[in-house]
Write a protein that binds this ligand. Sequence first.
Ligand code: SF4
Length: 59
Amino acid sequence: MAIKVDQDLCTGCGLCAQVCPDVFEIGDDGYSHMIEGADQSLPCVDEAIDQCPVGAISR
Ligand code: SF4
């Protein structure tokens, strides 16, 4: 299943981009986005899901 960042929940804290910089980046809008073409099966994705303080990342 594709990973999704709920833009309504994301606060732009940047944690996911720190934990998993190959998959998540903070966009110009200040919120987290998936990097196009990123490998969504990387283990750090699960870490980012676990660590997101508002539970904005799902798969
Ligand atoms: S960790 Fe969660 S709240 Fe923080 S930038 Fe990533 S998706 Fe947004």
